[in-house]
Design a binder for this molecule. Structure first.
Ligand code: HEC
Length: 162
C-alpha cells in the first residue's frame, strides 16, 4: 500500500487493494471532522469526484436491473467496474492524490475504502452466482452511499442532514 502522508492514505485508487474489510469493524465514528468535503477540494478534484459519483450511480442502477433479471455475470461486471474506479484512476495525477488526501478526513478515506471493498464482495457474489449474497451486498452498498453522503455531502443532499 502506498502512503502519501503521515496519517492519511490515498483513498480512491488504493482502495482497490481492499484491505479495508478488517479495518471497517473498528472504524471510529467520533472524533472525526464531519461536514461537506466538496468545498475543500480543488475544482479538478471536485469534478473528478462528481464524475465518479455519477458513474457509480449509473452502475448501481444497472446492477439493480441485472439483479432483478438474475444476470449474475452482469452484476459481477458492473460491481467490478465500480470497484476499479476507472475515472479516477485514469485522471488523477500524484499531485491530485496529495491534494485529495490533504482535503478529506481520514474517516472519509476509510469509508471510501470500505465502500470499494463492498463492491468487490458484490462482484464475487456475482461470479459465485450467489443471489442471496448479491442482494445482501447490494443493500450494504446502498447503506454505504447514504452514510457517507449524510456525513460528507449534505450540501448536495440536504435531506440527509438531521
Ligand atoms: C466515501 C464517501 C462516499 C460514498 C461511499 C459515496 N459517495 Fe456519493 N458523494 C460523496 C460526496 C462527498 C459527494 C458530493 C460531491 C460534490 O457535491 O462535489 C457525493 C455526491 C454524489 C452524487 C451527486 C453527484 C453530482 O454532482 O450530481 C451522486 C449521484 C452520488 N454521490 C452517488 C453515490 C452512490 C450511488 C454511491 C454508492 C453506490 C455513493 N455515491 C457513495 C461521497 C460518497
Amino acid at each position: 500500500m502506498r502512503s502519501y502522508g503521515k496519517s492519511r492514505k490515498f483513498p480512491l485508487v488504493v482502495s482497490t487493494l481492499a484491505m479495508a474489510l478488517g479495518l471497517v469493524a473498528g472504524l471510529p465514528t467520533t472524533g472525526q471532522e464531519a461536514g461537506p468535503v466538496s468545498r475543500d477540494l480543488t475544482p479538478k478534484l471536485r469534478n473528478l469526484l462528481r464524475q465518479e459519483m455519477l458513474s457509480i450511480e449509473q452502475a448501481s442502477k444497472d446492477i439493480f436491473s441485472a439483479l432483478i433479471a438474475g444476470d449474475d455475470a452482469r452484476v459481477a461486471g458492473l460491481a467490478q467496474q465500480i470497484h476499479d474506479s476507472f475515472i479516477l484512476q485514469q485522471s488523477m495525477t500524484s499531485e491530485d492524490k496529495q491534494n485529495l488526501m490533504a482535503a478529506v478526513p481520514e474517516d472519509f478515506v476509510a469509508r471510501d475504502r470500505a465502500f470499494h471493498a463492498l463492491s468487490a464482495d458484490l462482484a464475487q457474489a456475482g461470479r459465485d452466482g450467489d443471489r442471496d449474497a448479491q442482494h445482501a451486498e447490494f443493500g450494504r452498498m446502498v447503506e454505504a452511499c447514504t452514510a457517507c453522503h449524510a456525513r460528507y455531502a449534505t450540501d448536495r443532499f440536504p435531506l440527509l442532514a438531521e
